[in-house]
Design a protein around this ligand. Structure first.
Ligand code: PBG
Length: 336
C-alpha cells in the first residue's frame, strides 16, 4: 500500500531492506580480501617480533618472522604486501637504503623465494634512512634547510633499482618530490626494469595521522615537519594536479593518503581519471580504532568493515591497511 496522500507510485526504499538476501543482492559495494594490501615493517636480526606500542597487533619483524607472517596472510587470500625497512644505521644522505644488501632488498629476496605468489611492493622514501628523518637529501639551496628535490630524485631512482633487482614486483614512491615518477621510470627503464610498475603516492597529505607509523618505522623528522613537500590537508584541486602529473610521468597506479579523512579526494580522482586508485588507511586511522576498541567503546569488527567499505565505495580499487590480516580472517569466518 502506498503512504496515504502520496503521489503514485510511491517510492518505498524499505522494500529491498527487509530480507537479508535481498539486501545482499542490491549491495553496491563489496569488500573483498583481494582488495587489501598488508603493510609490513622489517628490521635486521633473527626471531625479532617487536610490537609497536601505538599500533597494537603490528610488529617490527626480522626477515624470518616476516616470512611466517607473509605466508599466513597469503593463505588467508591476501595477494600483496608493502614493505618498510628499519635500517641498522642512518646517515645524512640515507645511503643505507642504496646498498644491494639493504634490509628491504634482503626481505624482498627472501619473500620472493619463500612466498612467490605474494606481490611485493616496496615503499620508496628516505625518512627511515636519514639521520635527520626527512624524506631526502637536505640543502640550503632555497635559503632555508629543506629537502633538495632534484638531488633526492637521483637517489630515489637508485633505491627503486636496488629493490627491483632484489625482485620487487611494484615500487611505490612516497616522498612527494616533484618529478619523482619520471625520474624513477627513467632509472628503472635504463636498468632493464621497464616491466616494473610504479604505484605513486600521488596525493599524500601532510597529516597528523602518520604519528604511529613514525614510531613504527623510527622515522620522525628531527626538526620541522613535512609541509614543504606533502600536501596541505585543506586542498582538493591540487590533488588532481598531483595525480595528473604523476600519470603524465608514467605512474601505473595512483594513491591517495590518508584514506578516511580524504574520501572526497579518492572520489574526485576516480571520477576524473579512469585509472587504478589505491588508498592508504594509515597508522593513525588504525590506532584510533584500536584504542577505542580496547576501551570497549566501539564494535571493532563492524567499524573496520564499515571504514574499509567506505574507502572502496569512494572509489579505491585497492586499500593498504594494517587491518588487512584480521579482516581476511573475519571474511573467511563469514563465508564458512
Ligand atoms: C614514508 C611514509 C610514511 C607513511 C608511509 N610512507 C610516513 C610519513 O610520510 O611521514 C605513513 C604510513 C602510515 O601512517 O601508516 N614517507
Amino acid at each position: 500500500m502506498n503512504p496515504p496522500g502520496a503521489a503514485f507510485p510511491a517510492l518505498r526504499l524499505r522494500r529491498l531492506r527487509q530480507h537479508p538476501i535481498l539486501r545482499d543482492m542490491v549491495r553496491e559495494t563489496t569488500l573483498d580480501v583481494g582488495d587489501l594490501i598488508q603493510p609490513f615493517f622489517v628490521r635486521s636480526g633473527r626471531g625479532v617480533r617487536r610490537e609497536i606500542a601505538s599500533m597494537p597487533g603490528q610488529f617490527q619483524l626480522s626477515v624470518d618472522q616476516l616470512l611466517q607472517e607473509a605466508e599466513a596472510v597469503r593463505n588467508l587470500g591476501i595477494r600483496a604486501c608493502i614493505l618498510f625497512g628499519i635500517p641498522e644505521s642512518k646517515d645524512a644522505a640515507g645511503s643505507p637504503a642504496l646498498r644491494d644488501d639493504c634490509i628491504v632488498a634482503q626481505a624482498v629476496r627472501a619473500l620472493k623465494r619463500a612466498v612467490p605468489d605474494l606481490v611485493v611492493i616496496t615503499d620508496e622514501c628516505f625518512c627511515e634512512y636519514t639521520d635527520h628523518g626527512h624524506c631526502g637529501i637536505l640543502s640550503k639551496r632555497t635559503g632555508r634547510l629543506d629537502v633538495d628535490n632534484d638531488r633526492t630524485l637521483e637517489i630515489l631512482a637508485q633505491q627503486c633499482v636496488v629493490h627491483a633487482r632484489a625482485g620487487a614486483d611494484v615500487v611505490a614512491p612516497s616522498g612527494m618530490m616533484d618529478g619523482m615518477v619520471r625520474a624513477i621510470r627513467a632509472g628503472l627503464d635504463a636498468a632493464g626494469f621497464d616491466h616494473v610498475p610504479i604505484l605513486s603516492y600521488a596525493a599524500k597529505y601532510a597529516s597528523a595521522f602518520y604519528g604511529p607509523f613514525r614510531e613504527a618505522a623510527e622515522s620522525p623528522p628531527h626538526f620541522g615537519d613535512r609541509r614543504s613537500y606533502q600536501m596541505d590537508p585543506a586542498n582538493s584541486d591540487e590533488a588532481l594536479r598531483e595525480v595528473a602529473l604523476d600519470l603524465a610521468e608514467g605512474a601505473d597506479v595512483v594513491m591517495v593518503k590518508p584514506a578516511l579523512p580524504y574520501l572526497d579526494i579518492i572520489r574526485r580522482v576516480k571520477d576524473r581519471f579512469q585509472v587504478p586508485v589505491a588508498a592508504y588507511n594509515v597508522s593513525g586511522e588504525y590506532a584510533l580504532v584500536k584504542a577505542a576498541s580496547e576501551r570497549g567503546w566501539i564494535d571493532e569488527k563492524r567499524i573496520v568493515i564499515e571504514v574499509l567499505t567506505s574507502i572502496k565505495r569512494a572509489g579505491a580499487d585497492m586499500i593498504l591497511s594494517y587491518h588487512a590480516r584480521e579482516v581476511a580472517e573475519w571474511l573467511r569466518e563469514a563465508k564458512s
